[in-house]
Design a protein around this ligand. Structure first.
Ligand code: CO
Length: 213
């Protein structure tokens, strides 16, 4: 009997053969390098694969995913991905894409002990606290969850703006940051139109003085 992980290897063989059938140079082209235009910061949730839901192919999106698409300023992993995407790959857009029904966001709204993940979800609890007046006024739990999903994305977009990496790219006028939410039930992405592409949108305390390069 075929083991579950062997299905992945078999699936890979089929996929590679399919790609070659469509374009004999498919892998030759990809192996030359990547020039993605987008950095995607999304949730680790298995139902939100960046390429699949945006109808893009290998090579189009540089991807970072974590639980509930959080931008934490001490996260060396995220900062390295962001730096490399912006400074080396010269992506034009950074997209934070959350999703309705996000387990991380929903867990953060409860008092449940989620073990080690408590530490990560703390970031979302802080988003809740910041917007508690608005959130507590929403009586329907599902609606409140959805709104926190949106507010979480908006806060993470702002967190990107607080990094020198993004501020420097803004000074060069060659980067846009976006906040999106994916709808699990209809497969559609909603643009939250978070207008943070100017340094002036940030609280002055987060601005760095540097000479634009
Ligand atoms: Co999620």
């Amino acid at each position: 009997m075929i083991k579950s992980y062997e299905r992945l290897l078999q699936g890979n063989k089929n996929w590679a053969a399919e790609k070659l059938k469509m374009d004999p140079n498919y892998f030759k082209g990809l192996s030359l390098g990547q020039t993605p235009e987008y950095l995607w910061i999304g949730c680790s949730d298995s139902r939100v694969p960046a390429n699949e839901i945006t109808g893009t192919k290998s090579g189009h999106i540089f991807v970072h995913r974590n639980i509930a698409n959080v931008v934490v300023h001490t996260d060396m992993n995220l900062l390295s991905v962001l730096y490399y995407a912006v400074e080396v790959l010269h992506v034009k857009h950074v997209i934070v894409c959350g999703h309705y029904g996000c387990g991380g966001v929903i867990a953060a709204m409860t008092n449940n002990d989620n073990g080690f993940v408590n530490n990560w979800l703390r970031n979302i609890k802080e988003v809740y606290e910041k917007h508690s007046k608005e959130l507590n006024a929403i009586s329907d739990v599902k609606e409140r969850e959805n709104r926190l999903v949106e507010l979480n994305v908006i806060e993470q977009v702002h967190n990107l703006g607080k990094t020198k990496i993004v501020q420097q790219a803004w000074a060069r006028r060659d980067l846009q940051v976006h906040g999106w939410v994916y709808g699990m039930s209809d497969g559609l992405i909603k643009d939250l139109n978070v207008m943070v592409d100017e340094i002036s949108d940030l609280n002055p305390i987060y601005r760095f003085d540097f000479k634009p390069v």
